[in-house]
Design a protein around this ligand. Structure first.
Ligand code: SF4
Length: 348
């Protein structure tokens, strides 16, 4: 018996096994189940064998293989308005800044499969970055070519006492942006500007000495989706493992820095993680001794192609309809179990 699989490819692999079974339908189902198990194992092995961005680049500014690069010109000032802020400041209710952001790249080579940013670039960034934005998310990256001039021309006093997010459409501590986040902080902090640094990169630790000098002006926030390494490699393929990110937070707290964490995205049970609440409790357990100043959470918000990217990565369909409320309850229960408090960002 042969089984016609996806792409019209004939898998003869299961022929011998399936032919032992007399009922053709049961044989077909048995062969399909075996094929699916093998595919899942291959996928999991590949995920575990994949490398983080630091492995690819050795910390150098080189792009990972297959990523299309480029540059673009950004108009001054480097600080732009952002909706990722409190509703009282005209935003969507996420307290990530006082309504300001600094983004200086198009694309993010961490390539998280759930990222919301790809849909923005595919709609709006063609003019600046060209057709590379039509590549898969994580496979295009363009940097503002006039960064020195922009940092110099920005009238930083205008944002004195205001919190700016660094960054919202890419990680400011990607290896190929080496040094730019520090230059921005170094220039802006003496003017009294505040920052919310949102990152998944341990390279931020290199700037702890600077942040320490302005500890009241900076909150350092990381993101965690799961404590399960295998799942993390599937959905955040080039990011350092979750425990390493928790380590960033722990080190920051020890140095007396203000810290925050976003637990996201939370999505329904899948074969790689049946016990969602157990996973959230494990995250809460990791945070229980660090006690970050702020804890936020949100479910997977479907934007552009992100659902398709994530379903491809995990090899399963995700049913997000109506899950936001359930996820909120799980988030609160998990934090509660470790005596922590957080804020859930509802789907809008
Ligand atoms: S690090 Fe942030 S911006 Fe970069 S891909 Fe992941 S979620 Fe998107």
């Amino acid at each position: 018996m042969e089984i016609l699989m996806e792409n019209g490819r004939r898998i003869r692999h299961f022929t011998a096994q399936a032919s032992q079974i007399k009922d053709p339908e049961i044989a077909r189902q048995a062969a399909f189940k075996a094929w699916r198990t093998i595919r899942q194992k291959q996928r999991d092995r590949a995920a575990l064998g994949s490398k983080t961005i630091l492995d690819f680049t050795g910390g150098s500014m080189q792009l990972p293989p297959g990523v299309a690069g480029g540059t673009y010109k950004l108009a001054a000032p480097i600080v732009k308005q952002s909706k990722l802020t409190d509703s009282s400041k005209g935003g969507v209710g996420k307290e990530l800044s006082d309504g300001w952001v600094i983004n200086f790249a198009i694309g993010c080579t961490f390539g998280c499969r759930f990222c919301y940013v790809d849909s923005i670039h595919k709609k709006f960034s063609f003019k600046r970055a060209g057709e590379i934005v039509y590549n898969d998310w994580g496979y295009y990256f363009s940097v503002a070519e006039n960064l020195s001039e922009l940092i110099e021309k920005t009238p930083w006093d205008k944002w004195k006492g205001q919190e700016i997010m660094l960054s919202s459409t890419h990680d400011a501590y990607l290896p190929h942006l080496n040094g730019w986040a520090r230059k921005i902080l170094d220039t802006a902090l003496p003017h009294g500007v505040k920052f919310c640094i949102q990152t998944r990169s341990p390279l931020v630790e290199k700037d702890f000495d600077l942040i320490e000098q302005y500890r009241r002006q900076v909150r350092l926030q990381i993101s965690i989706a799961t404590m399960k390494d295998q799942l993390s490699r599937l959905i955040e393929p080039r990011v350092v493992p979750p425990r390493r990110r928790i380590e960033i937070l722990r080190k920051a707290k020890i140095q007396g820095l203000r810290t925050g964490v976003i637990i996201a995205p939370v999505f329904p049970p899948i074969s790689q993680r049946h016990d969602v609440i157990g996973d959230l409790e494990e995250i809460a357990e990791q945070l229980s001794d660090i006690r970050p100043d702020r804890i936020y959470g949100e479910s997977l918000h479907v934007r552009g192609l992100n659902l398709a990217y994530i379903e491809k990565a995990i090899g399963q369909k995700l049913q997000m309809n109506g899950f936001d409320k359930e996820a909120e309850a799980m988030f609160n229960a998990a934090l509660d179990s470790r005596g922590l408090r957080g804020r859930w960002w509802r789907e809008y």
